[in-house]
Design a protein around this ligand. Structure first.
Ligand SMILES: C=C1C[C@]23C[C@@]1(O)CC[C@H]2[C@@]12CC[C@H](O)[C@@](C)(C(=O)O1)[C@H]2[C@@H]3C(=O)O
Ligand SMILES: O=C(O)CCC(=O)C(=O)O
Ligand SMILES: [Fe+2]
Length: 339
């Protein structure tokens, strides 16, 4: 069996054994299926999006209100009846699995999908910065280009359809959030052109070493809004009232989370909340995230005065994040831009 998994203990450019403080197998307290035993599953707000198109105005307004309240109180919510067919999700997952099963050396070298392959955390300066995962972080502007797919010709059709469906949903939700703040629903149509957005395919290999290792280290998303499709394995946790709470997978739901740019633009009315993925000892996990992003020269202002943050462009924000990650090993994000 050719190993398609990356050697995820990339540490200062060479393989290193994790230091002893990572719990040994008998210190683990995870469930038989390898899922880490979590303190609690959170009851993430679950919103039926079909209500947004109800003929009953009270139902429509109630749904919009639930979206905005969850975006303020949780920074996260789940949506059902979102319009993305289970068949499309299944087809996208099938293609995603095929893609990641490519031998590791080939994923690194072949440059498929705009050379967007990433694995582990090359900038890690300590074990807690290790992300036991691999990803393709694909610009939507490249999703339509046949040349980006190489031998993965069947992936293109599904990816184009999936990205379009996620884009439509992201814009619908962003419009509701904008309208709630007194802006026209279409404001994000102009700010977040399709070509500026990203699709991130994630794979989290089973991690037999420990269930204490992060599949993806704690972070907030550097965008306006993220829509996440996850499989049934679980492992996503979000910060709520200063505690990590686990998100129970729901096959009918997509997860929506507010990004840093929405928090800045809404002057902290909407919250970009820290989240992470815990690795599973026995099972691999797949997820796909759609990031609603503006162009790099787009100025992120505040919809309310006095503004909490200084004005910055998305390009400035991304550069600051990458500089912080390179220098300190972790993303700082919005606190860097406080007035
Ligand atoms: C939205 C994103 C921010 C992030 C890249 C990503 O597309 C998804 C994961 C995020 C993360 C988490 C760990 C690190 O802090 C980080 C630098 C990374 O490599 O992946 C951030 C990325 C970022 O903020 O640029
Ligand atoms: O895989 C997940 O559940 C979360 C992924 C994530 O946070 C991201 O890609 O930004
Ligand atoms: Fe994220």
């Amino acid at each position: 069996m050719i190993d398609s998994s990356p050697p995820l203990l990339h540490y200062y450019g060479k393989l290193k054994r994790l230091p002893p403080q990572i719990p040994t197998p008998d210190q683990r307290n995870d469930l038989p299926d390898g899922t880490a035993l979590v303190e609690e599953y959170c009851q993430l707000p679950l919103i039926d999006l079909s209500c947004l198109s109800s003929t009953n105005e009270k139902v429509r307004l109630g749904c919009a209100d639930a979206i905005c309240r969850a975006s303020s109180e949780w920074g996260f919510f789940q949506v059902v009846n979102h319009g993305i067919s289970p068949e499309l999700v299944r087809n996208m997952r099938r293609e995603q699995v095929k893609l990641f099963q490519t031998p590791f050396d080939k994923k690194v070298a072949c440059g498929v999908l705009d050379n967007s392959y990433r694995w582990g955390t090359p900038t890690a300066t300590c074990p807690k910065q290790l992300s036991w995962s691999e990803a393709f972080h694909i610009p939507i502007s490249k999703v339509f280009e046949q040349a980006c797919y190489g031998e993965f010709s069947s992936l293109r059709e599904v990816m184009v359809e999936f990205a379009a469906a996620m884009s439509k949903l992201a814009r619908l939700l962003a419009g509701v959030l904008a309208e709630n703040l007194g802006h026209p629903r279409g404001v994000f149509e102009n700010i977040c052109q399709e070509s500026n957005c990203f699709l991130r395919l994630n794979r989290y290999p089973a991690c037999p070493i420990s269930s204490e290792i992060s599949g993806l280290v704690p972070h907030t998303d550097s965008d306006y809004l993220t829509i996440l499709s996850q499989d049934e394995v679980g492992g996503l946790q979000l910060m709520k009232d200063s505690k990590w709470v686990a998100v129970k997978p729901n096959p009918d739901a997509l997860i929506v989370n507010i990004g840093d740019l929405s928090q800045a633009w809404s002057n902290d009315i909407y919250k970009s909340v820290e989240h992470k993925v815990m690795a599973n000892r026995k099972k691999e996990r797949y997820s796909i995230a759609y990031f609603l992003c503006p162009s790099y020269d787009s100025l992120i202002g505040s919809c309310r005065e006095p503004s909490i943050y200084r004005k910055f462009t998305f390009g400035e924000y991304r550069s600051q994040v990458q500089e912080d990650v390179k220098r300190t090993g972790r993303k700082m994000g919005l606190p860097r831009f406080l007035l």
